[in-house]
Design a protein around this ligand. Structure first.
Ligand code: CUA
Length: 392
């Protein structure tokens, strides 16, 4: 009976080993930093398995060789054995040294800033992540979805605007605290916490806040998209030009030319549309998007907290930047799939998704300072969701 239970347990362990989906596995490294830690981990694991084998072999020998027999005499009684005492003090000390030396080497190796690193600011907020690219022109900012080019050395500069959070994307490397820092004097950059890494594989990697920071701590997720240099550069370009927003503006122009002619007179943006303008004829969907844009930029007050490149009215900095939000795969700090339905749910009642979120709902106020309820009707919410979805 016991044997069959044991066999069942072993079966479960084996089955678990066959599964492939571990979005937050810390033993599937995809960066040099994570790989370094993994190598150390495997090394130490092998040593401990060696020690385990030796201990079990000695134990098995003793159990068999000195087992109780009907006619066995009283064993020799000893107290203290100097040789043994010295051995079991020195051997563990040597094992600790053997673990310490490569560990400290790895700590120092991974703390050295790489040459030509691209700096990305990682800023923790209750309960979402902001990412800025200070070396890129155009003030590139995104939220909850960090885009990185593959094979590019990255220096993540980490801090927080409120309480302590912790940045952790297991497949990219170990976690690091985001400490609240108001002002860091010039030349004292090391007061930030840093992670240096080079992503080695393209793909999407899930991350999670790893320091308890409030009621929605467990919902403070993020996603890292590692892409090719060309994909990354084209994302930067689209971001800088406010690509999707320009299309929406043009459509709005077409919709009500008289009322908004002078509001959308930016020649650069008009030029950016080029020959594709004809494609943006006003369809019912486009009318909904245009309506959503009006509500977003006016009545709902969204622009107080949110910025969208290309939408001159929207330049709030309290909440996540929503430029190209339509391209993100998830919303609400990675908690909901990015669909118009989920956007509508989020706009209607953010607290039902993320308790403690600073965003007001359609019928309740929230935030610090308190922002009033938006009082949007379900149709208006649908329009705003359509507008946001169009930003891609
Ligand atoms: Cu932020 Cu936990």
């Amino acid at each position: 009976m016991r044997l069959s239970k044991l066999a069942g347990l072993l079966g479960i362990i084996l089955l678990a080993a066959c599964a492939t989906e571990y979005p937050q596995s810390s033993i599937a490294p995809t960066s040099d930093f994570a790989d370094r830690i993994q190598t150390l981990y495997v090394q130490i694991f092998i040593w401990t398995m060696g020690i385990l084998a030796v201990v079990w072999a000695v134990l098995a020998y003793i159990l068999i060789r000195f087992r109780e027999r009907p006619d066995s005499p009283e064993p020799e009684q000893i107290h203290g054995h100097t040789g043994l005492e010295i051995a079991w003090t020195i051997v563990p000390a040597l094992i600790v040294v053997a673990i310490t030396v490569p560990t400290i080497q790895a700590v120092f190796d991974t703390q050295t800033p790489p040459e030509n690193a691209m700096v990305v600011d990682v800023i923790g907020h209750q309960y979402w992540w902001e990412f800025r690219y200070p070396q890129e022109e155009g003030g590139i900012i995104t939220a909850n979805e960090l885009r990185l080019p593959v094979d590019q050395p990255i220096a993540l500069r980490i801090w927080s605007t409120d309480v302590i959070h912790s940045f952790w994307v297991p497949q990219l490397g170990g976690k690091r605290d985001a400490n609240p820092l108001r002002q860091v004097p010039e030349g004292e950059e090391l007061r930030y916490n840093w992670i240096y890494l080079t992503p080695q594989e393209t793909g999407e990697f899930m991350g999670q806040c790893a320091e308890f920071c409030g009621e929605s701590h467990s919902l403070m997720g993020m996603r890292v998209v590692v892409e090719t240099r060309a994909e990354f550069d084209s994302w930067l370009d689209d971001w800088r030009t406010g690509h999707s927003e320009v299309v929406t503006q043009q459509a709005a122009l077409r919709e009500v030319p008289d009322a908004s002619a002078d509001r959308f007179s930016d020649e650069e943006q008009v030029a950016a549309i080029g020959q594709d303008a004809a494609a943006a004829q006003t369809s019912p969907q486009q009318a909904l998007i245009n309506e959503g844009r009006e509500i977003f930029s006016g009545a709902a007050g969204c622009i107080v907290c949110h910025a969208i490149t290309g939408n001159a009215a929207a330049n709030g900095r309290v909440g996540p930047d929503l430029t190209l939000i339509g391209r993100r795969s998830r919303i609400a700090a990675g908690w909901l799939e990015n669909t118009p339905e989920n956007l509508a749910r989020w706009i209607t009642d953010p607290a039902s998704v993320k308790p403690g979120a600073l965003m007001p709902g359609v019928d309740y106020a929230a935030g610090r300072p308190v922002w009033p309820a938006t009082n949007l009707t379900p149709e208006q919410v649908r329009a705003v969701a359509a507008y946001l979805t169009s930003l891609r």
